[in-house]
Write a protein that binds this ligand. Structure first.
Ligand code: C2E
Ligand code: MG
Ligand code: MG
Length: 573
């Protein structure tokens, strides 16, 4: 005998109920669980409660009929198979039964046990397939969470409900911090496994009734409903952040990952879900900008910042096309001989309204938008071309150090850009130097290290900028063949006033020498700093004490005409 389903019979006539129950017992045996809903309303409650595997619904149910009931139940999200029973054989009712969503239509008098069993079997099966299709369309197959489309439906429903009950609804948008690094380092299957674990952790932080969805790659969204007070969403966000304090297991290793969360609360003035989501996105972006691992509520000021950001992005794009960017060059001197050993190229943007825009206003936006790739390539080409131009003006070959962003090292294309720039300007590779920062060292995937090795093979020099600001830079010294380090300006500024900073600078100089690296102290502003560095055997210096960064023509003039007071001082020693 087949597994007996749990059946609900919705029937206002007790005799007919007994008849149907007897038929069921004939098919499934006396133990089958059969319940009875004697009225339309009882039937609806049972259908919505969905505790039965199949429903047999009488066509005549007093004032309202069975078709009505099926229609209403389906509208309320009922997913159970329903078989309509009727006293009369009517093709018209049959047709309508199907069109409102019943699985079958049987005529009471002529029904056999076998027919009923088959109708039930088909009905259950059909609903199972239907549910599977709906799941596929509404749920994320990787994590089992709601997908973007279901999330939107649920959000619309939650907003409507909140309006009726005068309650708050909050949307939390979550984005994993540095998820791309996980994929790069551990591989995509591990990335997928992480997303699954994150989904499970998020669900465990939420109530049954809250919706947790995965809306794109590493982006999750939560609808928190029935909030008593607006800041109740903070408790949810706190709980989520706390749950990320424990490591995730990836390939048998403990991996710590954090999440940035943007929260926005339904506002009276909002017509639909659109602004709610947009605001959560802006707030999430703000949390990211502030280094992640935190949540931020949306506020209007963020909108203004976002708009300012968008405008700047647009203007940077245009400036790039129109070739409005320029490079200024700041000399580096050998402390021993006073010779100019090279220059650092520094990005500048002469802007119609904003004046001379510094790189600190350009680079972060370029990095966030991907524009750093074309800008970085332009800096490299321009630097190589400048070496050639100065040569044409009769200056000796002057090496140029160009700053690079860690993002440029994530793509192998950098090596091609550099070789083309060198070839186009027809200059020797050792005249070009790339300054890299600690964030390159943070890339544990090995991609950046590979690119640095290839650059060294080309004959290009690589130095570590802002050295000492992060421990990760020490790792670079052992992992890749760098040629030099630049002592970060913050140490140089403090070393003559604070013994701890002095100790650090001395240690870096000694370490650099032992490793055979050239050591440049940057940001040298005073005679005292200059003397300190001389006294401790620093090889090279750069800073306003010698010269600010200059436009190319002014640099050429400076180079030709510069007095060498420092040289004479050194020569006297
Ligand atoms: P950085 O590579 O450490 O460059 C040195 C910065 O210190 C420059 O600021 C320079 O003008 C400034 N500086 C030089 N001497 C002194 C001094 O004596 N005292 C003080 N207080 N500052 C001094 P700038 O030009 O504003 O550049 C800031 C940062 O922007 C650079 O730091 C670099 O990280 C980045 N940057 C500049 N150009 C580019 C570029 O083309 N590409 C990339 N990715 N980053 C760039
Ligand atoms: Mg630099
Ligand atoms: Mg620096």
């Amino acid at each position: 005998m087949m597994n007996a389903p749990r059946v609900m019979i919705v029937e206002d006539d007790e005799d007919d109920f007994i008849l149907a129950r007897d038929l069921l017992q004939e098919v499934y045996g006396a133990d089958i669980e059969v319940d009875w809903a004697p009225a339309w309303k009882d039937g609806l409650d049972a259908l919505v409660a969905a505790k039965h595997d199949v429903f047999l619904v009488d066509y005549r149910l007093g004032a309202r009929d069975g078709l009505d009931l099926v229609q209403e139940a389906n509208a309320q999200g009922c997913m159970a198979p329903i078989i309509l029973l009727s006293g009369q054989d009517s093709p018209e009712i049959d047709l309508r039964a199907m069109s409102v969503g019943a699985q079958d239509y049987l005529v009471k008098d002529s029904i056999t046990a076998d027919q009923l069993a088959r109708a039930i079997r088909y009905g259950i099966n059909q609903k199972r397939v239907e549910k599977r299709l709906i799941d596929l369309a509404q749920y994320d197959s990787l994590t089992g969470l709601a997908n973007r489309s279901l999330f939107h439906d649920r959000l619309d429903a939650a907003i409507a409900q909140a309006r009726r009950d005068d309650r708050n609804v909050a949307v939390l948008l979550l984005d994993l911090d540095r998820f791309k690094d996980i994929n790069d380092t551990f591989g995509h299957p591990a990335g997928d496994a992480l997303l699954k674990s994150v989904a499970a952790r998020l669900k465990s932080c939420m109530r049954e009734t809250d919706i947790v969805a995965r809306i794109s790659g590493d982006e999750f969204a939560i609808i928190a409903t029935n909030l008593e007070r607006k800041n109740a969403a903070s408790r949810v966000a706190d709980k989520i952040c706390a749950s990320f304090k424990d490591p995730f297991q990836l390939n048998g290793r403990d991996v710590y990952i954090s999440v940035s969360i943007g929260i926005s609360i339904l506002d009276q003035g909002m017509s639909d879900s659109e602004p709610l989501l947009k605001n959560a996105d802006v707030a999430m972006y703000q949390a990211k900008l502030e280094n992640g691992a935190a949540f931020r509520y949306f506020d209007e000021a963020m909108n203004e910042r976002e708009q300012a950001f968008k405008l700047m992005e647009h203007e940077i794009r245009v400036a790039l096309q129109r070739q409005d960017f320029i490079l200024h060059y700041q000399p580096k001197l050998n402390l021993e001989t006073g010779e100019v050993v090279g220059v650092e190229a520094l990005l500048r943007w002469p802007h119609r309204d904003r004046g001379m825009v510094p790189p600190s206003d350009i680079i972060p936006i370029a990095e966030a938008t991907g524009l750093i790739q074309p800008i970085g390539a332009w800096v490299l080409r321009q630097s190589c071309a400048q070496i050639k131009k100065w040569r044409a003006l009769g200056l000796p070959p002057i090496p140029i150090a160009a700053n690079t962003s860690a993002l440029q090292f994530k793509r192998a294309g950098l090596v091609d850009v550099v070789s083309e720039a060198l070839a186009d300007a027809d200059i020797s590779p050792d005249l070009l130097e790339l300054e890299i920062t600690e964030s390159v060292a943070m890339d544990r995937s090995g991609v950046a290290a590979g690119v640095i090795n290839q650059l060294c093979d080309l004959g290009v020099r690589v130095t570590i900028d802002d050295f000492g600001t992060d421990f990760a830079t020490f790792r670079l010294l052992t992992d890749v063949p760098v040629n030099g380090i630049k002592v970060d300006r913050s140490f140089v500024n403090m070393m003559t006033r604070d013994p701890k900073n002095a100790a650090i600078v001395k240690a870096i100089i000694l370490m650099g020498r032992d490793l055979g690296l050239s050591v440049v102290a940057e940001g040298v502003e005073t005679e005292a700093e200059y003397q300190f560095l001389r006294g401790h055997g620093c090889e090279q210096v750069q800073g306003w004490y010698f010269s600010p960064a200059l436009p190319p023509d002014q640099f050429a003039d400076w180079y030709r005409t510069r007095q060498r007071p420092k040289l004479s001082t050194i020569a006297l020693d």
